[in-house]
Design a protein around this ligand. Sequence first.
Ligand code: AMP
Length: 289
Amino acid sequence: MKIIRSVAEAYQFRQSKSIVGLVPTMGAIHAGHLSLIRQAKHDCDIVIVTIFANPMQFSNSEDFASYPNSIDQDLDLLKKEEVDIVFCPSVSEIYPDGFTTSVVVEKFSDLFEGKSRPGHFKGVTTIVTKLLNMFLASKVYFGQKDFQQTFLIKKINVDLNINSEIIILPTIREFDGLPASSRNILLSNNERISAGVLYTALERIKYLTTFDSNSIYKEVKNCIAKEKLVELDYVKIVDPNTFCELLEVNGDTIILIAIKVGDVRLIDNLFIKKVNNRIEIDYRFERYC
Ligand code: AMP
């Protein structure tokens, strides 16, 4: 496994005749990242994992400084997975003096997660555009857990003619359904137990017999309200094609949710579908996944 740190070294893969797979991460490697890496290993000749905690996607009020950093452990894990290249640039390598350009996906960056985290997606789409351009990889892997992020990345890939294949893989969950996340280790024991409600609240939707958004909101909100350590930020029922909010579940639907547990912000989502007058959860629609 080779570790590279400079943009100049990244450029060498642009001319590669092999199938290059790219897995962008912010480090603190967990089971969710590993599932992307294993799929990339299966699909590609050369697998490149990037580790870069991107300051541009954190606001002043968010604690970039406390974002988990476990680089030595990460490198051990990646070596075991037989990753070919790890790109770990410094902040000044990515944003040298004089850097002034950013990439914004108009209309969709300020919705939902973007509304709660102003400027967040501008940071995400800027760094992902830079990484996509640097490597020009054939295939690039992302997790469904960050569904709005995947929607925006697919937009930049098309709108800016990057033309990589963007592959979205299912959310990997811990024992109680909570999505694996680098942030989970920041939770205290009691907070971690309470955080399980993120998935159980979504799961409850399958017992509903009415399919309007109000019934869904009410069910999820009531479930979250029982956990004193958890604060609901938003729950949204959305058409995954248009990113418009829906009044009822009919066709393709995704439910997006964000909570705060102490200082830790957690997100999740589920595809849902109406089947035989019931809601089926975690339905995977072919064209999104
Ligand atoms: P991050 O390091 O949090 O920026 O995540 C890097 C990539 O891993 C992103 O594409 C995430 O969507 C993906 N990812 C994070 N958590 C999970 C998970 N629990 N399951 C699958 N993919 C994930």
